[in-house]
Every structure is written in C-alpha cells, then in structure tokens.
Design a protein around this ligand. Structure first.
Ligand code: CP3
Length: 336
C-alpha cells in the first residue's frame, strides 16, 4: 500500500494536485524557458526530475507525480507530437501499419528517459512520499491519435463510426502499449498509477462500456497480476453518474471525481472500500481565500466518513497564484 493510500485513512487528509508542477510556478517557468519543445522537455531527465520535485518542496505535498505527458505514448509509437501556444497538442499523421510494427523494446527505448526520471526522482524524494506514475486511458489516447488535437464535441464520433474494425485494432494496440508504459514506470519506482480518461465524457452512454470500462478493467487486471501492491487511481472525467457503473465494473483502488459530481451521490453509490480523490473545481484557487476555504471544507466535510485524498476536479490553472496553493494546503492540513 502506498503512503498516499495509508494517509487517506487518517484524519489529516493527504493532498496533492493534478498539474501541481506547471506554468503557475515561477520556478517551473524558469526551467521551462530553456526548452522550446515540450516533449524534449519531458524527456530531459534532469529537468523532469527537478520540475517534479518543485511543488513537493514548496508545499510539502504528500505525493509527487512524475513530470511527463499522456502524449508520450503516441510519440513513442512514432506519431509526431507538438505543443502550440493557445492550441495545445497538435499531432501528425499516423498509419496503423506502422504502429503494428513497433516492437516493445523500441517503444521503451524512445521514452526511457521518463523511466530514468522516475528512478532519479525516487532517490531524491522522501520515503514517506508517494511517487505517482501515469498514463492516458485507451479512449483518451485514441481520441488524440485520431483527432490529432484536443477534440471538440461530437466530431470524433463520426470518425469512429467510419471504420469500426480499424478503431478496434487501434484500441488494442494502444492498450498494449499503455500496459508496457505503466509497467516500466513501476519498475522504475512509481508506487501508484493514475489513469487519465480526460475525454470519457465524450462517449455516449451505450459506448462507455466498450471504450472506457472494459479497456480500463483489463489494464488494471494485467497490472495487478504482476504488481498486486501497486495502487491505481482512475479518473474517468465527465461521465457523471456513470461513475457508479464504472466502479462496479472496473473496481479502482481510488476514484478521482470531477467538479460536476455530487459528493452525496458518491457517498450513496460508491462502495466505501473505494477511496475518493479530488472534486473541487480548480477555479476556486483563483477566488478569495474565504471562498477557497469554504469550497475545500465542503469536500472535506462530505467525505469525512470515508478515505479521502484531497485533490481537484481537474488540473491547476496556469493563472493560479502560488500563494493560493499554499493557502489550500494549509486549509486541508488544518481541517479536523
Ligand atoms: O503535474 C502533473 O500533473 C504531471 C504532469 C502532467 C502533464 N500533463 C504536464 C503538462 C500530466 C499528468 C499531464 C496529463 C495530461 N496531458 C492530460 C490528462 C489530464 C488532463 O489535463 O485532462 C492530457 C489531456 C494531456 C494532454 C495535454 N498536455 C494538453 C491538452 C496540454 C495543453 C494544455 C495546457 O494545459 O497547456 C498539455 C501540455 C502540458 N502537459 C503542460 C504541462 C505542464 C503545459 C505545457 C507547457 O508548460 O508549456
């Protein structure tokens, strides 16, 4: 059991934040400036380690999440990945035939610096802190591979319905490499894994099982077979009350909830042996401290009677003032 999970049972709640390392931190900006290409930045062992540790040092958070991106998977499969100011990620063309030819060793070698950064971070990180590795879930990676940028609602559906057989093959390949990527991160020293299904909310209800629940369930099964002590956090973002079905089928160790989920629904429908993480809208980090306290304590109170890891309903916004994060950490640690 990772230290994060152990601490989730205690009165003083553990806290870490999605995108805790990032553009809102001046010390991040300073290192980020040196490298124009974002993937190369992620693959710089020294910089990735340094940036991973920055928020943990500044705020004494309970976990570090390795600084990388979910899009290192398409990158390692040979698809071009660029990040453009104001657009976000822009991917190149791909051929499924090329993906099929990629050998496990080749894939690992292309992003081995992610694993080396994990190794280095683990050495520098205090033993009582968790080191989180992560991957995108198959559906979300599929969305980026096909759509080549963050999707606008519905457009992706037409693409998928165009050639179901092709999509099924692609999904299988992605699933295989996600498992490889996760296992390498565990071997390097990650003790907890978070699976981001950021675009699960695009799926129609009748497609959730095939594209989201079942692939995630298979990944967890494969990881747990080999590494039964690794904890897995799932974040199927935007699926609303379908989280209840998600939990029944997938059985994650931890469920991260987005800000649209009602905590009362969670308490009623999600089995107590599943730990809850997150929930608070990151926009409250831009509000006055009084409001921030009210909103943070709302979640702390609602989940008082179950295991809870404080986090957000999505990543820290780049407009966030570093002091607001400090206020939030103080609020969470003071709450009893
Ligand atoms: O601190 C952490 O959370 C760890 C690092 C991390 C990053 N991306 C760094 C990053 C993690 C866990 C991710 C996950 C990720 N990446 C997701 C899933 C979570 C989510 O946000 O829904 C997704 C969809 C991506 C793809 C991605 N990467 C997008 C859409 C963008 C551009 C949007 C943006 O915020 O600029 C990125 C770039 C990115 N990944 C940045 C960071 C810190 C900003 C890039 C920069 O510094 O210029």
């Amino acid at each position: 059991m990772s230290s994060l999970i152990q601490k989730s049972l205690k009165k003083t709640r553990p806290i870490w934040l999605m995108r805790q390392a990032g553009r809102y931190l001046p010390e991040y900006q300073k290192i980020r400036k040196k490298q124009k290409n974002f993937i190369n930045f992620c693959l710089n062992i020294h910089d990735a380690t340094e940036v991973t540790l920055q928020p943990v040092k500044r705020y004494n958070l309970d976990a570090a999440i390795i600084f990388s991106d979910i899009l290192v998977i398409p990158y390692a499969l040979g698809q071009e990945v660029n990040f453009k100011e104001n657009i976000g990620p822009v991917l190149g063309d791909f051929k499924i035939e090329n993906f099929k030819k990629i050998k496990e060793k080749e894939f690992i070698n292309k992003i081995k610096n992610v694993y080396l950064a994990i190794k280095k971070t683990r050495k520098k990180l205090n033993r009582n802190k968790t080191l989180i590795g992560f991957a995108g879930s198959p559906w979300t990676i599929l969305v980026y591979i096909i759509n080549k940028q963050s999707p606008k609602k519905n457009k992706i559906y037409k693409e998928i319905l165009k050639d179901k057989k092709h999509i099924k093959q692609l999904l299988k390949i992605i699933e295989k490499f996600i498992i490889i990527h996760i296992k390498e991160q565990i071997k390097a020293g990650a003790d907890t894994i978070q699976l981001f299904d950021s675009w699960a909310g695009l799926l129609k209800q009748e497609d959730l099982n095939f594209f989201c629940f079942q692939p995630t369930k298979r990944i967890i099964k494969k990881i747990k077979q080999q590494y039964p002590r690794i904890s897995i956090i799932c974040f199927p973002k935007g699926i609303g009350e379908q989280i209840s079905k998600f939990c029944k089928i997938v059985k994650p160790d931890v469920l991260n909830i987005d800000s649209k989920i009602n905590p009362d629904f969670v308490n009623k429908k999600i089995n107590k042996n599943i730990i809850i993480q997150g929930g608070m809208d990151p926009k409250f980090l831009l509000a006055k401290t009084k409001m921030l306290k009210k909103k943070a304590e709302f979640y702390l109170k609602k989940f008082k009677n179950r295991n809870y890891i404080f986090n957000l309903g999505h990543g820290v916004a780049k407009e966030t003032k570093p002091n607001a994060v400090q206020d939030l950490v103080n609020i969470v640690k003071a709450f009893k």
